[in-house]
Design a protein around this ligand. Sequence first.
Ligand code: 2P0
Length: 358
Amino acid sequence: MRTEPSTAGTTAAAAAVVAGRAGRATAGDATAVAHPNIALIKYWGKRDQSLVLPWTSSLSMTLDLFPTTTRVRLAPGAGHDTAALNGVPARGETLRRITGFLDLVRETAGSGRRAVVDTRNTVPTGAGLASSASGFAALAVAAAAAYGLELDATALSRLARRGSGSASRSLFGGFAVWHAGPDTGPAAAADLGSYAEPVPAVIDPALVVAVVNAGPKEVSSREAMRRTVGTSPLFRPWAASSRDDLAGMRAALERGDIDAVGEIAERNALGMHATMLAARPAVRYLSPATVTVLDRVLRLRREGVAAYSTMDAGPNVKVLCRRADAERVASAVREAVPDGTVLVAGPGPGARLLGEGE
Ligand code: 2P0
């Protein structure tokens, strides 16, 4: 059992900043690595699309699987940014999002220089684990260093948020809470108040990831969130209950109560999916195979195993359990969905800048 695993994340993020200052990243050229995270209290719905301010605070576990490594090199004289994802040039909306993000960094740095971005994602294509969290966390750390910004972990988290909300949490290892920030007053105060930070926890669980469908989703999470906030009569009640869930989750993590952590995570995720089912038109990510896994997890509990489900904007299921039970849970899930892919993850590290030769 590990105390406050997320402290490692703070150190890593702080080290990233220090590494930048110490010049491990050559001026104008920096590489960073970040891992995906899975929310136990979900982020679903923005109150400000452009600043990426959420309606509710969320809480996640960073995984020790599938890091994204991103190199940012300034390109003096270039007329536009270029980006490659696993060697394939980015175009369209993907390139627009990266350029828009770099514009923010340039604005802060007072630079007009364009950049070359090279991103390597180790998530198998279509593994059903979003890469935008690790992607924008790595991009924030690398771009800030390449443009010479000396940002602390909080400021880096705030910056990553502007790329993708969930990226704010991947700055940190272990467990992290992303604060929604004040919802009254000027936009600048809300922006300042909306960042992630590590949360103390005395559990060291596994997340068994059941990929039941690796295909692309029909509705992007961005569009699904917009539709849910705009049309679902269940959105506001869920948002209100999510605030209570967050308080309960923090207390459960601090006392190391895996059953309470799991119960709260499961009900928060099911509630989020209920808000989408009530949207008009409905957004339904859950498939028959999802329900098969949910049923198997219920049976595992009846068999005495602490196992709890959570699902994101897709049909795949992540099962929280004790590390000691991970193999039993994984084989039960494999038997339930033989066509799926089942992986076991643990808490992972925060985002960091890589040194030369790493
Ligand atoms: C989460 N998800 O908390 C929630 C739960 C999906 C379901 O964060 O629009 O890619 O870029 O801010 O972060 C997915 O949304 O959305 C997400 P944007 P993001 O992990």
